[in-house]
Design a protein around this ligand. Structure first.
Ligand code: 13P
Ligand code: SF4
Length: 348
């Protein structure tokens, strides 16, 4: 690798918003609001697709109404298979964009279009395109947590659930990879596959806060606990894990492993599903505080927290938060996403 090949652009600093405050509702108010949403969903033939990190009420509502609660790979698959006219996506913007890219004929609504992601924000399309142009010999693999424009420049899109398999496949074909934007996930994939990967310098502000030294201390207090880690976390946290994987893989581990206690290093929104599937197990949040910690997010994504029953009703009732992707971008972006979905289907 020559010197110019090792020069990676310095991404912009990402502004992390404060967690929004949603006014408390009585049980009666909440039930009435859910009823109104259900009526609107029936009127508009809408289906709700929620990520595991959003509020438990939005996960429950998706399940009660025949929608789905899933990781980002399954959210993409579910949207394409649904016969609904409107996809209501509770998550962050790349999830809504992916739904629109795959289903241009459907209306895609999100409670708040400002719900983005530090990985997406930290990888501007113009900078990324210039970086790719400097490395035409590399296969461009981007994490799903990116804009439609970045996906349009990629050969492959991957999620945490399929990244290892896809990179292993490309490495076996002798391809060199340009990876973006998450350096921690990229580093994990690189270590597991030994692939040649040139990496963008992005990170998830939520997972980056988990601290290896504090986790070691917590582990000593709970020696029988299994440690579950999302691969967007730093190496020193990943290295202590019993299970490293997508949100779905971590949830399945709580259900299937014999341990009674689990230390969980990912967004705490995931606890809703873990409790639902394994109510008898004890879940402990991995530490984010301590020496060197800024705790801007404290294990809860501020963008995921922008989704609530209240703004979901507004989006449905008034058609606000509609996701649009320019057709010239969409037709390019769909190729890298479809390649991932076809690859996933071929592995089933
Ligand atoms: P999953 O695809 O594992 O659900 O991850 C999405 C995400 O944004 C994690 O921070
Ligand atoms: Fe992005 Fe991290 Fe939030 Fe996931 S948890 S949406 S990677 S900022």
């Amino acid at each position: 690798m020559n010197l110019s090949e090792t020069q990676v652009p310095i991404p912009p600093r990402v502004q992390v918003p404060k967690h929004p405050h949603w006014p408390a509702m009585s049980a009666g108010q909440k039930a009435a609001l859910k009823d109104r949403i259900k009526r609107l969903m029936a009127e508009k033939n809408a289906v709700l697709v929620s990520h595991y990190y959003v509020d438990g009420d939005l996960q429950a509502l998706a399940e009660e109404t025949g929608g789905c609660v899933a990781d980002s790979l399954e959210m993409a698959r579910f949207g394409s298979q649904s016969e609904a006219d409107t996809l209501l996506v509770c998550g962050v913007r790349f999830m809504g964009e992916t739904a629109k890219i795959l289903n241009p004929e459907k209306t895609v609504l999100m409670p708040d279009l400002n719900a983005t992601c530090s990985l997406d924000e930290g990888c501007p399309a113009d900078m990324f395109t210039a970086f790719c142009d400097q490395h035409p010999d590399r296969t461009v693999v981007v994490y799903a947590n990116t804009s439609a424009e970045v996906k349009a420049r990629a050969d492959w899109t991957v999620t945490s659930g399929i990244a290892l398999d896809i990179v292993r496949h490309l490495h076996a074909r002798g391809e060199k990879i340009l990876w973006a934007p998450d350096k921690h996930l990229g580093h994990y994939v690189q270590r597991m596959t030994d692939a040649d990967m040139l990496m963008w310098d992005g990170a998830c502000v939520v997972h980056e806060e988990f601290k290896g030294f504090a986790l070691e201390r917590l582990k000593r207090l709970h020696p029988k606990a299994a440690i579950l880690v999302h691969p967007e976390s730093p190496d020193e946290v990943v290295d202590q894990a019993d299970v490293v994987g997508s949100t779905t893989a971590l949830i399945q581990a709580v259900k299937n492993l014999p341990n009674e206690e689990f230390i969980v290093a990912t967004d705490d929104g995931i606890f809703w599903k873990m409790h639902q599937l394994a109510p008898e197990k004890t879940l402990i949040a991995a530490p984010t505080a301590g020496e060197g910690a800024t705790c801007e997010s404290c294990a809860h994504c501020p963008w995921m927290a922008m989704n609530a029953l209240q703004n979901l009703e507004t989006a449905l009732r008034d058609g606000t938060g509609e996701v649009f992707v320019e057709e010239s971008v969409r037709v390019k972006a769909v190729r890298s996403i479809q390649r991932m979905l076809d690859f996933a289907a071929s592995r089933k």
